[in-house]
Design a protein around this ligand. Sequence first.
Ligand code: NAG
Ligand code: NAG
Ligand code: NAG
Length: 331
Amino acid sequence: MSSFLCFISFLLIISCYAGILPTGTQNDHKARVLDLPLSQQEHFTDLNNDKKVEHNTEYDHEAFLGTEEAKNFDKLPVEESKKRLGALFDRIDKDHNGTITKQELKDWIKSVQTRYISDDVQKQWIQMNNDSNNEISWNEYDKTTYYALYDDVPEPKTVTDQYLRLQKKDRRRFTKADEDGNGNLNKREFADFIHPEQSSRMKDLVITETIEDIDRNGDGMISLEEFISDIWDSKQANDTTEPDWVKIERENFRKYRDLDHDGKMNRKEVELWLMPTDYDNIQAETEHLFHEADADQDDQLSKEEILEKHDVFVGSQATDWGAELRIHNDL
Ligand SMILES: *[C@@H]1O[C@H](CO)[C@@H](O)[C@H](O)[C@H]1NC(C)=O
Ligand SMILES: *[C@@H]1O[C@H](CO)[C@@H](O)[C@H](O)[C@H]1NC(C)=O
Ligand SMILES: *[C@@H]1O[C@H](CO)[C@@H](O)[C@H](O)[C@H]1NC(C)=O
């Protein structure tokens, strides 16, 4: 997966970064909505939170720690994981008075989120900015990303066609990101290029790209069937029975996406879908974590409360293998 679409998942922060790939190669069913950028994981299977079908703790871990760090915690024995959570507490408790307020938790989640973006930009910048001159030219990007097109090695035609399509798309995005129009991207422009979902300047293009990806009949809109086949491929699944989550998406499309009920999403409707304006995901996640952990309901989290609910905030090994091993050795 690469920088863009995988990134703007239903819930966004993840490490899609996997070396240098074209910016549009993935087509993950969670990879569209631009808001809720806290995690790659879906928080609830029901998008609109009115049923809260299934709660996903991975979402909370990623929102609270960032994807990479969440993975690290998953490998730790419970005791070590709790110890590190205790140490984190002191960082989140900015005024060091022993309790975490909602504001402090919100600030923390926000910082985790922006850290991911800037880390990712930094990582890709170093990799792309081969000649270290503080600007990336289209040539530089193109040669590094689509090297296969320039190699002598003959590619199968289908691959070449796909590359050419992605290259064209990237070229357009590059031009849009190049705010001062000097033909090169500085670091800030590069950030807009690889994370357009973060930039209001790129909003229109993000909508256009999304429609183009899903719109099969080229009418500039997204029909219900186009929407569904984007997220679920019945042929590939070898099964024409729709799973429940697809049914929910169908329902959601009718109820919440196709607002004028003409059977299709137009640009405006796509915009509202990708960039909902009325939902503050950081606020929502903060409320959720408080709901889980604030045992005495005083609107503050003590270290004890957080450690008590450590599994909500961070993962750990399901089994403490170290302890397990010792027991076996004792036998
Ligand atoms: C810590 O500070 C917050 C305000 O920043 C306050 O609401 C809270 O009561 C304080 N907690 C303690 C234990 O003093
Ligand atoms: C740029 O990248 C190429 C291929 O990875 C490498 O051979 C070359 O040395 C790099 N140039 C600089 C200036 O780092
Ligand atoms: C789907 O079914 C076809 C024919 O029945 C079979 O050849 C193919 O391997 C199946 N694909 C998957 C992903 O199961």
